[in-house]
Design a protein around this ligand. Structure first.
Ligand SMILES: C[S@@+](CC[C@H](N)C(=O)[O-])C[C@H]1O[C@@H](n2cnc3c(N)ncnc32)[C@H](O)[C@@H]1O
Length: 446
């Protein structure tokens, strides 16, 4: 655990040393270049103003490295840097320098961050109307600004990345602190910029940050409800491996939300709308929605007027983890003979809403709502016994298991009544269903 960040990589000590060594190396290289600047610059005939720019740039690099090292103190003080171990095999993310623009975009209240987080936030709200007990994780979260914008009512929010110094900065900022970063005067006249949360008073979810490889996470199989990726799949060399890992950690019906540009026209893997959909289908996902937006990429020109930036189309794709074909929910009515042993399943967004009318003779009604067709809400009024049946549908119990439970409750419902009720619900498409997975053969002794 470093600066509040668990290190969940395979070789934590080597990883840690190498992250620190990279920072120390950046600082040493900048010092060396600064020391030789006068001689090299004068020999080349560089004017004084150019020498000043180089000196200022190198000073900013050294100051930045010191800021990031200080964020990881005091836990790492005295660890020392063993460069032979540090430079051994290890997974790595981006350099801190490459992520600096992301820190600025995420923590200086930019319109760009707001636009991305609004789009992802709207998708989350639509896909998880009831976010309690829902876990959202952000793979390769970079500077982590998007995590601060995830609605507070999600049960568990966690971001992971491999660039430890930037995770350190994100931890400090998510905790409500501000952070001053040195910048070259050529891009910011003041020579520094203050980073902080967009609105420190707005409630945000408690966010955990973890140093972890997105291709080899520490999550248990099927333990996560939603994975978000942004500006990632178009950039990493092996997106199929990333999709496999995401599929492994997502639970049944788990959701992947991906945001980002397509990447270059000649890229081997390209992620415009049709290629993203084909890629995700092949990786075992079903695309639920896809939208395209024209967006700026790292536009910091408000605070850094000389900053240049790109403008491209970004795609927001939401996909659901597909279940094995044999276990896929069916909408057809089951045969009466198989009815007792099938597993009823609720459609997305299924809810029981109990309404109490006010007045001298209060009335109680129960509404059952679901989205049998994604995005289209269907509501029906149901009776008290139907509500008891629906409440026991959990995607695990069979029809007969539910009927037996209700036969033991008070007031009891006869097994055949419950089975007939299920038959009607399937015909009315209030529920879908799947067959039980085949039982594992029991191991024979010896
Ligand atoms: C372009 S940045 C995007 C950051 C963030 N997703 C955002 O949209 O602001 C790519 C991020 O992927 C991280 N990254 C690359 N490979 C990774 C890996 N194998 N595991 C974890 N993070 C990784 C980098 O460290 C970097 O933070």
């Amino acid at each position: 655990m470093i600066a509040g960040i668990p290190i969940l990589v395979r070789e934590p000590a080597g990883y840690l040393r190498s992250e620190l060594e990279l920072l120390a190396q950046t600082s040493r290289d900048a010092e060396r270049r600064r020391d030789s600047l006068d001689k090299v610059g004068t020999d080349a005939g560089l004017p004084g103003v150019s020498l000043d720019r180089h000196r200022d740039l190198l000073n900013a690099e050294i100051a930045q490295a010191e800021t990031f090292l200080a964020l990881l103190e005091p836990t790492v003080a005295g660890m020392g840097a063993d460069s032979s171990e540090a430079l051994g095999a290890r997974p790595s993310g981006w350099t801190t320098e490459a992520l600096l623009p992301y820190l600025l975009r995420d923590w200086t209240s930019t319109a760009e961050l707001e636009a991305v987080s609004d789009r992802i936030g709207a998708a989350l709200k639509h896909l998880f109307p009831d976010p309690a007990n829902t876990s959202v994780v952000f793979a390769a979260c970079g500077a982590g600004g998007l995590l601060a914008e995830i609605p507070a009512d999600f049960d568990r929010v966690l971001g992971y990345d491999l660039t430890l110094p930037v995770l350190g900065a994100a931890r400090c900022l998510l905790d409500g602190n501000s952070l001053e970063i040195a910048l070259p005067r050529a891009i910011k006249e003041a020579g520094r910029i203050t980073l902080r949360k967009r609105d420190p008073r707005s409630p945000s979810a408690r966010v955990d940050l973890v140093a972890m490889d997105a291709l080899d996470t520490a999550f248990a199989d099927g333990s996560v409800d939603c994975v978000i990726t942004s500006f990632l799949i178009d950039l990493i060399p092996d997106p199929a491996k990333l999709a496999d890992e995401i599929s492994r950690i997502l639970g049944r019906d788990g959701i992947l939300i991906n945001y980002g540009p397509s990447g270059p026209l000649k890229a081997f893997w390209r992620f415009d709308q049709p290629e993203t959909a084909a890629f995700l289908e092949a990786a075992g996902f079903t695309v639920v929605s896809a939208e395209a937006y024209r967006a700026t990429y790292l536009d910091l020109s408000r605070d850094c007027p000389s900053w240049s930036f790109q403008n491209h189309v970004c795609y927001l794709t939401c996909a659901r983890k597909a279940v094995p074909a044999a276990e896929r929910p069916s909408l057809a009515s089951p045969l009466p003979t198989e009815l007792p042993e099938i597993i009823p399943i609720h459609f997305p967004g299924a809810k029981l809403i109990r309404r109490q009318g006010l007045g001298s003779q209060p009335t109680h009604t129960t509404i059952f709502r679901h989205e049998g067709i994604p995005g289209r809400v269907n509501t029906v009024r149901i009776g008290a016994d139907a509500a008891r049946i629906m409440a026991l549908v959990d995607g695990q119990r069979t029809v007969s298991a539910i009927a037996e439970l209700l036969a033991r409750e008070t007031p009891a419902l006869p097994v055949d009544v419950v089975c007939r009720a299920f038959e009607r619900y399937f015909q009315q498409r209030l529920l879908s269903w799947r067959r039980c997975p085949p039982k594992e053969p029991t191991a024979r002794p010896g």
